[in-house]
Structure formats: structure tokens, C-alpha cells
Design a protein around this ligand. Structure first.
Ligand code: HPA
Length: 280
């Protein structure tokens, strides 16, 4: 677990150099934000204007993603008139990766100059007020993955003991709310619980998560938010509630449902995120 282990700051700097050379005349890159697109939310990638796409296979240290609904490319272009980097697809720890590896793309985005990170994911709704298709602004999280991407040697970009009293930027939460009002896109807000997966939860686990204060549950995002906090990035995010969590509606859960609800929400999600980026 040294910084040279292939998924730390030194590797991220080298990967960022590789991406810059792929972007050729566009470098230097100066994104107002980096966007991570979660399951079923990859449609936003198609709205990035003047895009250059770099497949993950061409970025050192990146892993191909094998999950349906995840594409696997870094995109540089503009959204809402502003320069952005986007990752269409992410690797998950349940695919067999460590937390450092799951969060490594955030290090590359940081090395490319991103200081605002916007993440998205698909999640099961725990709050009884939520319905499938709802967009939830992430206000806080619970790390229930029992792994930490900062475990091991401290990276030169990182703080050893990052403050986590406000990892989800209150300024950006307020901006997302303002963008929701402006665009007329309804939003919820709440606490995201990150679990390792890959199985969905049992009804007893969902009752436990509700007791712990979770409003939504998913299998990603938390390692990214932790590494971003350690590098002092400003972080915001949206969970798309794709289903009522296990035991709430009684219906069985399926990944196909997760992807289908994402497609139905794509337009609202894109309007909200585009407005958000344009106002950064
Ligand atoms: N649980 C965990 N992850 C998820 C869910 C869920 O119910 N829905 C989409 N991702």
C-alpha cells in the first residue's frame, strides 16, 4: 500500500498526463467540475458538447467496468457552457476491487485540475417518503462498506485525518436546491448509506439502515467522497431512487429495473445537472 502502488497520487498524476496528451491541443484542462455518472445515468454523457472520449482501457490504472448500464469512458467537453470532465461508469468494490482502486478515478480527476466533484448513483429508497424515480440530493453518508480508501500510506495530496463534518458541501447542496427550483425538477434530500454489495439488502438490513438514519442505500460513491474530502475537493451528489429498498414494497429487486428507472429519469437528471454546472 505505498503511494507507488498504482492507485495513489503518483499513478494518478501519470494517468492525468496520459489523458492530457490524448486531449492534445485542448490541454491545459481547466474543468469547473468533474462528474461521475452512476448506473443508468450515463445518458448525460451524450449531452456533453464538443466531446473527446477516452476509453478507460487507455487510462493507466483504470479498470473496465462490466456492469450493465456503465459505459467506461472519460469525457472532456462542455456542459451548460462550462468545461467539464465526466466519467461514464465507475468500478465498484463488489467487482473485486479495493477501496483505493474504487476511488482512484477521483485522484485522476483531481490531478486533471477538478476541484468540484459531482457524483451520481442509483440507490434503493429507505425513506417512506421516497418513490422510484425520485432524485435525492446527498446531504451526508454512512460508510457501511467496512473498507476505507485512505487505509495505508498517506498520499501527498491527502490529509491523514480528514474532517468529515461536512463532506457533502452545504454550499453545493444549496445550489442544487436552487437549480431544482429554477428548472422545476422536484428533488428530495437525505443520507446515503454505502454498502459493499453485490447482493441487495434483506428487509431486516433495510430496517437496520432506517434506524441508523439512512434514507437511501447503494453500493458506490462513499469511497469517492472520502478521497475527495481528503484532497479538499468540494463534493455534491444525487442519488436516483430506482426502487423501494427490500421489504418496503414487497416486490423483488432487479438490476434491469434499476437501469430502466434511470432511463426514465434521464431528462430530469440532465436538466438539473446542466443548470448546476452552468452556475458553478
Ligand atoms: N440497494 C442497494 N443498491 C441499490 C439499490 C438497492 O435497493 N437499488 C439500486 N442500487
Amino acid at each position: 500500500m505505498s503511494p507507488a502502488s498504482g492507485n495513489g497520487a503518483a499513478a494518478a498524476r501519470a494517468a492525468a498526463d496520459g489523458v492530457r496528451s490524448r486531449l492534445g491541443a485542448r490541454a491545459p484542462v481547466a474543468p469547473v467540475a468533474a462528474i461521475v455518472l452512476g448506473s443508468g445515468l450515463g445518458d448525460l454523457a451524450a449531452r456533453i458538447e464538443n466531446p473527446v472520449r477516452v476509453p478507460y482501457a487507455e487510462i493507466p490504472g483504470f479498470h473496465a467496468t462490466n456492469v450493465a448500464g456503465h459505459r467506461g469512458e472519460l469525457i472532456h467537453g462542455t456542459l451548460g457552457g462550462r468545461e467539464v470532465l465526466a466519467l461514464a461508469g465507475r468500478v465498484h468494490m463488489y467487482e473485486g476491487h479495493g477501496a483505493r482502486t474504487a476511488a482512484y478515478p477521483v485522484r485522476v480527476l483531481h490531478a486533471l485540475g477538478a476541484r468540484v466533484l459531482f457524483v451520481s448513483n442509483a440507490a434503493g429508497g429507505i425513506s417512506r417518503a421516497f418513490a422510484p424515480g425520485d432524485l435525492m440530493i446527498i446531504e451526508d453518508h454512512l460508510n457501511l462498506m467496512f473498507r476505507n480508501p485512505l487505509f495505508g500510506a498517506v498520499e501527498p495530496t491527502d490529509e491523514r485525518f480528514p474532517d468529515m463534518s461536512a463532506p457533502w458541501s452545504p454550499r453545493l447542496v444549496a445550489l442544487l436546491r436552487a437549480c431544482a427550483t429554477k428548472t422545476g425538477v422536484p428533488v428530495r434530500s437525505g443520507v446515503y448509506a454505502g454498502l459493499l454489495g453485490p447482493n441487495y439488502e434483506t428487509p431486516a438490513e433495510v430496517r437496520m439502515l432506517a434506524t441508523l438514519g439512512a434514507d437511501a442505500v447503494g453500493m458506490s460513491t462513499v469511497p469517492e467522497a472520502i478521497v475527495a474530502a481528503a484532497m479538499k475537493m468540494e463534493v455534491a451528489g444525487i442519488s436516483l431512487i430506482t426502487n423501494a429498498a427490500a421489504g418496503i414494497s414487497g416486490a423483488p429487486l432487479s438490476h434491469a429495473e434499476v437501469v430502466a428507472v434511470g432511463a426514465a429519469a434521464a431528462e430530469r437528471f440532465a436538466m438539473l445537472v446542466t443548470e448546476f454546472i452552468s452556475r458553478l
